[in-house]
Unconditional design. Structure first.
Length: 295
């Protein structure tokens, strides 16, 4: 099975990159893993991955390279300072799957155009958190040259339950910002409503019983409500990362627009400042309760 696929390098083995790498391996895709903290990739070796010492070494061995890191500066560092872009073979595909915003993907595209026009850049950020990444159930917002689609299809099929192609590189990032704005307000609806319920002396179970299964509550929100009820705030999608994505949306739109989103960002920043940034974004419920005081 592995012999039928081009080798793929995944650069950035955090919670998302690790899950994506594991999903690719389950699909029989030969995989090279690299992370600045090499121990993060060690257990992937037990699943059949090769673990590279450097990003350049990983890229040199692969026909397709995936970057999945925190922000645009980290992507640019891997590409330029760590030597990944220079190490790619002519005709290789670089699937940039991190969420880095419009300015970030523009920087990446300019770098590829100037230094490696023989490399195909795909802009393909994902929607989903740790569990969907581990199960190969992400949604991929893909953009880039149409001729690369057949080559990348086996990998995207392994990583996601759905791939949406939306035009030239950069369009995927723009759609991801829209997606994450929707996600931010869906989260805020859960967090603010639950904090209000607790303020009014209502139990979480009462709210779940009243709203669960109604058209007002998505399956994703229902799962978040249950985690709040269980007091489970371990990160599926860390608040600090969600806040980063909200700020990328505000930056792309113009900081003087979308006042409600800007207020949400300020509220979430206060929660991060309280030391809650590494918890799941639903921990905003706890932050709101501490601000208002729970009777």
């Amino acid at each position: 099975m592995a012999g039928t696929h081009e080798p793929v390098a995944v650069l950035g083995i955090g919670s998302m990159g690790h899950g994506m790498a594991a999903s690719a391996l389950r699909a029989g895709i030969p995989l090279i893993a690299w992370d600045r903290k090499i121990e993060a990739a060690r257990d992937l070796a037990k699943l059949g991955a090769q673990v590279a010492e450097t990003a350049a070494d990983a890229a040199r061995r692969a026909a397709i390279v995936v970057t999945m890191v925190t922000d645009a500066d980290a992507v640019m560092s891997i590409a330029r300072d760590q030597g990944m872009l220079a190490a790619l073979a002519p005709g290789a595909i670089w699937a940039q799957m991190s969420t880095i915003g419009v300015a970030g993907i523009d920087r990446v595209a300019a770098l590829v155009s100037a230094e490696r026009p023989d490399v195909t850049l795909l802009d393909a950020p994902v929607s989903g958190s740790k569990d969907p990444a581990e199960r190969g159930q992400l949604t991929i917002f893909a953009s880039g040259p149409a001729e690369a689609r057949s080559r990348i299809a086996p990998l995207f099929s392994a990583l996601g339950q759905r791939t949406i192609w939306v035009g030239e590189a950069g369009a995927g990032t723009r759609l991801k910002l829209v997606n994450n704005t929707w996600l931010a307000f869906a989260t805020e609806a859960v967090a603010a409503s639950m904090a209000l319920a607790h303020r009014l002396g209502l139990q979480t179970a009462t709210v779940i019983d009243a709203l669960g299964g109604s058209p007002l509550v998505s399956a994703w929100q229902a799962a978040k409500l249950q985690r709040i009820a269980d007091g489970e705030f371990s990160a599926q999608f860390a608040l600090s990362l969600a806040l980063k994505d909200v700020r990328l949306a505000l930056q792309a739109a113009g900081d003087d627009r979308f006042a409600a989103l800007a207020c949400l960002a300020e509220e979430w920043q206060q929660a991060v400042d309280q030391g809650l940034g590494e918890e799941d974004l639903t921990v905003v419920t706890r932050a709101l309760e501490s601000q208002g005081g729970t009777p």
